[in-house]
Design a binder for this molecule. Sequence first.
Ligand code: NI
Length: 396
Amino acid sequence: MNLSNRIKQLVEANFDELVSTRRHLHSNPELSFEEFETTKFIASKLKDNGFDLQKITETGGYIDIKGKNPGSRTIALRGDIDALPISEQNEKEYTSKNEGVMHACGHDVHTTCLLGAIQILNELKDEFEGTIRCIFQPGEEKLPGGASIMIKNGVLKNPRVEKILGQHVMPLIDAGKVGFRSGLYMASADEIYIKVIGKGGHGAHPHQNIDPVVIAAQIITQLQTVVSRHTKPSIPSVLSIGKVIANGATNIIPNEVYMEGTFRTYDEEWRMKAHTLIEKICNDIAEAHGAKCEAEVRKGYPFLKNDEDLSNNAQAWAVEYLGAENVEDLEIWPAGEDFAYYSQEIPACFYRLGIRNEAEGITSMLHTPTFDVDEKALKVGAGLMAYLAVRELGLK
Ligand code: NI
C-alpha cells in the first residue's frame, strides 16, 4: 500500500480518539502561558505512545520521533496550545467549562492534529530517515509570543532543526481542504498607543482651551499618509486606529484623547522607519497646536515568510495526499502569528486547514464566541501533517 493510503487508514482508525482529544481540549481551555492542565494532558497522551514530553518552558515542550539514521536531519512540526479570553456562546457537549476562556482560534485542533500526526509517525518510524521534533508551544496569543521563548530556550537546537511546518485552522476554507502560500504570508503586527493632552473646558469657549479632540482627528487623518504616501507600493502595509476615547460631553471639551491602533507590514527596515514616522506625526501635530502627545508603538510579532522551496514542495505533496481540487492558493493575510519567529530563523511553511461546513452552520470566524470546527477536518489535519513530514524526510 502506498504511503498516502497507509496514513489515511491509520487516521481513520484513530479518528474517534482524535475527536475525543479535541473535545477534551475544547472543554478545558487555558489562557496563554497558563496552560498547566493542557500540558499535563498532552504529556499523558504522549506517554501512551511511549514519549516523554521534554519541557523547556513552564508549559511548553517537545518530543523527538527518531526514524532510521536519526542524526542525519531534523525537521520540526509545531502545534500551539493556548486559548483566548472569550466567553463561548456555542451550546455543544464540548463547550468550554472555563467561563470566560475559549479555544476560539482552533489551537485545540492544532494540538489534537499534532498528537494524531505523532501516532502515525510513530507507526512509520522505520520508514523515514532523520528525526521529527514535535513542538507543543504555549502562549501564541500573548506577547512576547511563546515561539520567541521556545526558540530562546533552544527548541531549534540539539540537534539543529533544519525546517519547520505549522498549520492553522481557517473558517473560510471548507473542511477537507487546505491552503498554501509561498513567500510573504502574514504581517508584523505592532500596537499603537496615543494620548493627546490638551486643556479641557467649556465647549462654548474653545479659544480658551486646547481642544485635544480636533488635534486627535487631525492625527488620525494624517496617520493615513504613513501608508498612502510613505510606504513603498511593493510592501503591503496597514494602519488602523480602532479606539478613540474623548470623554467630554456636548458642552465639555475634555483634557485628553486616548487612541489605540495597529500597524502591520512585511519589511523589517520599513517597519522600524514607520514607527519613528508615526510617533513624529503625532508629536508634531500636537505641538503645532500647543498640546502634548504621548505616542508609542509597541512591537508585536514579526512578519511571516513561507520559504519558497519548502512551501512549493509541501503544496505539491498536499496535492498528492488530498487531490488538486482540495488544495487552494492563499492570499496574503495581514494578521499576526508568532510562528513568524520560527520563519525568521529557519525555512518555514505555515499552511491553512479548512474547517468550514456551511450546511452545518459552521462558518464563524476566528476569535468569535461562536467559532467552531467541522471535526472531519481533524483527519486532514493529522494525516497531512504526518504525510508532509515523511515526504520532506524521504521514504526509506
Ligand atoms: Ni491562532
